[in-house]
Design a protein around this ligand. Structure first.
Ligand code: GAP
Length: 452
């Protein structure tokens, strides 16, 4: 993996743009904000939904071997014992007795050994006040029903995958799918992360898009390689630059005890953050189904009718974060550039047209001579097919800049000739090229350029 800083750190600029233009806001901002929780504004919700739709279409709708599911966030507490999360989903933490702050035991800012007199607290600077490491579970806990007692403890799911495993036979039998087949779902997950940060990269509430593919043991490595390649192609189809994407193979130390093989798809977020995981592709063997079979006491075997045999399938998992992918798309698209013949440069969000929140903006050049009326007619016609915007305020240059900054791929201008010859100017966000197009051909023109 390259460790040079090929791409600049654009995170602070992106956080400010995202707030200013309605992509992403800090949660509960008027109360001072909630740590590492974010709200998606009008443009952010569209971008994230477009990414989720692309994933759902490629995984579920366009295939006959993957079924969709929407399992509940709250699950039986035994699920998390079976999955290993109650015992093992932990981070070692240290507390400062003086300032009450909490740190991961491996935080590089800690100087000295926690639990000994020579350690220094990275926050208050006191010596010897950090406790020895203690294990801290990352699952959010709450109580089900009116009584707050240990018998009613329930967890907010830290991953969506378990909802799929416990429904394996429900889905298989109701759809009559045959192994190999998969189950996919998109949903919220919660982790009480100790060192969250980098905007929406690591948050305490996030969304995952997970798919578990059930295969016959012995064919697992074939399917593992297949899904590795498919998932990389999907990330490339979002317009993420090829040289910003890479695979990272888990080393023996990184590999979960049940995993037979694991690769991360990584994206180069620029600056010192550099290459980081956006998706995991894992060969989980029969660990999950075995655990749920043992803990629930219910058989989860698949019956292979033609061969008259029963077996527990192995699982190939693909698990990608919606928020992290959204961040990768924003970072990948952000650029500042000078424009020939203009003193002011421009900020562009070069988002792939297929996932851009607004596909085209329509401007009348002036507010007279029937131009606004014609522009409104075009807007109404296009709005039935794509999300579009109408803008008549400020100079045409300013209107272009506003759309560049939110990533709108096309700007359509109605000018003095338009009302007489029925043509308009279409300007491309990336090439800045302008073309004259007949107004009644605009929908076809855009369809051809927006991509699948
Ligand atoms: N079921 C497997 C699983 O959950 P994971 O590597 O812990 O695997 C999968 O998570 C993906 O979920 C990650 O690649 C990342 O994109 C996303 N993710 C995990 N924790 C996250 C967090 N705290 N904030 C945002 N995204 C997160």
């Amino acid at each position: 993996m390259p460790n040079t800083q090929k791409y600049p750190d654009v995170m602070d600029k992106l956080v400010s743009l995202a707030k200013r233009r309605g992509y992403i806001f800090q949660s509960s901002e008027i109360y001072g904000g909630t740590g590492s929780v974010w709200d998606y504004g009008p443009l952010g919700v569209e971008l994230k939904r477009n990414i989720k739709d692309r994933w759902w279409n490629s995984m579920v709708r366009s295939r006959d071997d993957i079924e969709g599911l929407d399992a509940a966030i709250l699950m039986h507490p035994r699920v998390w014992e079976a999955s290993g999360h109650v015992a093992g989903f932990t981070d070692p933490l240290v507390d400062c007795r003086q300032c009450k702050k909490r740190f991961r035991a491996d935080d590089p800012k800690i100087k000295g050994t926690p639990g000994t007199p020579d350690v220094t607290c990275p926050s208050c600077g006191n010596k010897g006040t950090l406790s020895a490491p203690r294990m801290f579970n990352l699952m959010f806990k709450t109580f089900m029903g009116p009584v707050e007692e240990s018998a009613s403890v329930i967890y907010l799911r830290p991953e969506t995958a378990q909802g799929i495993y416990v429904n394996f036979l429900n889905v298989q039998q109701s759809t009559r799918q045959k192994v190999p087949f998969g189950i996919a779902q998109i949903g919220k997950a919660f982790r009480n992360e100790i060192t969250p940060g980098n905007f929406i990269f690591r948050t305490r509430e996030f969304e995952q898009m997970e798919m578990q593919f059930f295969v016959k043991p012995g064919t697992d490595m074939h399917w593992f390689e297949y899904w590795k390649a498919e998932r990389m192609k999907w990330h490339q189809s979002l317009g993420l630059a090829a040289d910003r994407l890479d695979f990272h193979q888990h080393t023996k130390e990184e590999l979960a005890h049940y995993a037979r093989a694991a690769f991360d798809v990584q994206f180069d977020f620029g600056g010192t953050l550099g290459f980081q995981e956006i998706e995991g592709v894992h060969n989980r063997g029969d660990f999950d189904l075995t655990q749920h079979q043992t803990f629930s006491g219910k058989k989860l075997e698949y019956f292979d009718q033609p061969n008259n045999e029963r077996f527990l399938p192995y699982v190939i998992e693909t698990s990608v974060g919606c928020d992290r992918t959204t961040l990768a798309v924003l970072v990948n698209g952000y650029r500042e550039e000078s424009v020939e013949g203009e003193s002011e440069g421009r900020v562009v969000l070069g988002i792939h047209p297929s996932i851009a929140p607004i596909k085209a903006a329509i401007f009348p050049l002036t507010k007279k001579d029937g131009q606004p009326e014609m522009a409104r007619r075009i807007e109404t016609d296009l709005r039935a097919k794509f999300p579009v915007d109408y803008d008549e305020t400020g100079s045409i240059g300013k209107r272009y800049r506003r759309q560049d900054e939110v990533g709108t791929p096309f700007c359509i201008t109605v000018d003095t000739d338009s009302t007489s010859d029925g043509t308009v100017t279409v300007r491309d966000r990336d090439t800045l090229k302008q073309e004259r197009v007949a107004a009644d051909r605009l929908a076809v023109f855009l369809f051809e350029r927006l991509g699948a």
